[in-house]
Each structure stands twice: as C-alpha cells, then as structure tokens.
Design a protein around this ligand. Structure first.
Ligand code: FES
Length: 103
C-alpha cells in the first residue's frame, strides 16, 4: 500500500529542526531524532498551523500556534488543545535521500 516518493536530502535534515515539504497536495513535516527519521502531516489537526514552524522536543512536536503536542512516531495527540491524532507516514533512506510513503 502507498507509493514511495523522494522527499529530501538526508543532509537537509538536522536534529531538532522540523523540515516542511510538499509532495503533490500533501503537506509533510520531516524530522530527525538522532539517526532516526520520521514524517507526519505538516498541518496541525487543531487549526491548521504548520508543525514545521514548531519546536521539536525529543519525539514530540509542539505546534507553534497553541502549543498542542503530538508524538511524531505515532501521531498521537498528547496535550490540549489538540485532540485528533496526526497522520504519520513511513520513511526510508535511499542513498543520501529520504523517501516517504504516501497513501
Ligand atoms: Fe496547532 Fe492550535 S493550531 S494547537
């Protein structure tokens, strides 16, 4: 299920700095935590702020608008005011590129 898409150079992804991209109509946020990479929807489920403008704290992304938090590994909504989980996407490294699998 899903299709793999080229997303970004691995070198573009810095620890603790979310990176926003668009693939077709999908807004995706990419994250690096140590040597692990993650991808979620970039649109907060509360009021459509861009999570890539937020602060990454370990594996939690904090929305810049109302400080709601999501776990980037599972998409789980962790703290008020966010209640709806965020979509996550599988990622894989391919050479020096990161690929993301979209539905
Ligand atoms: Fe993200 Fe409100 S828009 S917490």
């Amino acid at each position: 299920q899903g299709t793999w898409h080229d997303a970004a150079a691995l070198s573009a992804l810095s620890e603790g700095e979310p990176y926003g991209i668009e693939i077709g109509h999908h807004h995706i946020a990419l994250y690096r935590v140590g040597n692990e990479y993650y991808a979620t929807s970039n649109i907060c489920t509360h009021a459509e702020a861009l999570l890539s403008d937020g602060m990454l704290d370990g594996c939690e992304i904090e929305c810049p608008l109302h400080m709601g938090r999501f776990d980037i590994r599972t998409g789980e909504a962790l703290s008020s005011p966010v209640e709806i989980d965020i979509q996550t996407y599988p990622v894989r490294a391919a050479g020096d590129r990161l690929e993301v699998c979209l539905p």
